[in-house]
Design a protein around this ligand. Structure first.
Ligand code: AMP
Ligand code: MG
Length: 410
């Protein structure tokens, strides 16, 4: 049985990034850049006024000149036509290019004009306070220059990035494709959640949960319905699942007589990479790969049927595979871990490290986390209050209050 670290390494080593695709900027949020993105413009593109006012030579103001001849009015989107010389000025609007000869802008509030007054031939500028070259203007390329590297490959595009991408002309972006994911819960005892279970039946909670989690990662998720513990049914559903980039099964992966999933997967050409990880809950987890006829691969996770076991396998390993496929930086595929501090003593049992439902405490130190009351792998109720999983290494004695632990938020 391999360790959690070995399982992560196996996922990282075996999962390949999907091909690139070019998409419109309006579809880009959440996607991961396939390559570096450079600017095709200077920002700003010209020396630019950041105030409504008058473009002047700072030397004139320093020399005490107050009366200026007005050459023209320059609006944002327009171009200056006249050069500012000693004793002259041009009226200028915010965003407009500074005219040649000028190096600064006097705010309209320091003139004898109002915002709506038409441009006169002369203006009086009474500047108060320190005034030097560069005042109220931004130098061309003051933010960044054409050809500058703006976003690096592997960056995940956020809503706040869209403005900058638009500014630099990235109306389309080349990102890594996203996998399609099929979900197949298995078990003779399962009925759809719309039904009232008969004695010996339970509702299929994993199917909807795993589809929902997968839908948080990628847009295309195929719910294959409930697979019964019969070879023929499982084979047909697995064949259909393998046409996707990832197939996630739950149930049927341990050592019971009806645990047919590993042999059915093998019969459909899925090669085992690991089966069983030293982790609690979720030990019997299976990971394999199938080469498809179209040259692509399907990555297959067989998660143990107990819902929290399924969740742990999904959160740790399936998510890592999806991030690797969608092009995150090689060292960033694993789930996020925060350093946290245990708020109260907590005992874990057994010889496997445990991922335990937990949450941040409602108190002043944001690093404090508490382990929730939890009955084990079938107990979904504690997830209602959980914000993530707390990682506990194997320990005979209780993990003490104040101990440093890793917290993996959902
Ligand atoms: P298995 O991994 O098939 O041995 O199942 C382990 C436990 O998880 C059994 O008690 C199952 O009834 C339960 N289980 C399996 N699949 C699901 C599911 N889709 N939803 C809820 N519980 C399940
Ligand atoms: Mg089963």
């Amino acid at each position: 049985m391999i360790t959690v670290e070995e399982a992560f390494l196996a996922v990282e080593a075996n999962v390949e990034r999907l091909p690139d695709e070019t998409i419109g900027l309006d579809k880009a949020v959440g996607r991961i850049l396939a390559s570096d993105v450079h600017s095709d413009v200077d920002s700003p593109p010209h020396n630019k006024s950041v105030m409504d006012g008058f473009a002047v030579r700072a030397a004139d103001i320093a020399a005490g000149v107050t009366e200026f001849r007005v050459l023209e009015t320059i609006i944002a989107g327009g171009l200056p036509t006249a050069k500012v010389t000693p004793g002259t000025t041009s009226r200028i609007m915010t965003g407009a290019p500074l005219p040649a000869g000028s190096d600064s802008v006097v705010m309209i509030e320091m003139s004898n004009l109002g915002y709506t007054d038409p441009t006169p031939e002369k203006v009086t500028l009474n500047v108060e306070g320190k005034f030097t070259a560069g005042k109220h203007q931004m130098a061309r390329a003051g933010n960044f220059a054409s050809e500058d590297l703006i976003f690096k490959a592997h960056h995940q595009i956020r809503p706040v990035d869209i403005g900058l991408l638009a500014e630099i002309g990235a109306s389309t972006v080349t990102v890594v494709a996203q996998p399609t994911i099929a979900v197949l819960p298995t078990g003779d005892e399962l009925v759809d959640c719309s039904q009232t279970p008969a004695a010996s039946q339970i509702r299929n909670s994993n199917g909807p949960m795993l589809c929902a989690i997968a839908n948080g990662w990628v847009p295309v998720v195929k719910d294959l319905g409930i697979g019964v513990d019969k070879r023929a049914d499982l084979e047909a559903k697995v064949r259909s699942g393998l046409t996707h980039d990832m197939l996630i099964l739950s149930g049927g992966v341990s050592a019971g007589t009806m645990d047919l999933v590993p042999e059915v997967l093998a019969s459909q050409g899925v090669k085992t990479i690991f089966h069983k990880v030293k982790v609690k809950p979720g030990k019997p987890i299976f990971f394999g790969v199938a080469d498809r006829d179209d040259g692509q691969r399907c990555y297959v996770f067989g998660l143990p049927g107990n819902p929290v076991s399924s969740l742990v396998g999904m959160h740790l390993f399936a998510s890592t595979a999806v991030r690797k496929m969608t092009g995150v930086a090689p060292n960033a595929a694993r789930p996020v871990r925060h350093g946290a501090i245990l708020s109260a003593p907590h005992q874990t049992r057994g010889d496997r490290p445990t991922y335990w439902p937990g949450r941040r405490c409602d108190c002043s130190d944001p690093r404090l986390v508490e382990a929730l009351r939890w009955n084990g792998s079938s107990d979904l109720l504690s997830l209602r209050d959980a914000e993530g999983l707390i990682y506990f290494p194997v320990s005979e004695s209780p993990h003490e209050a104040g101990a440093e632990v890793e917290f993996l938020p959902f």
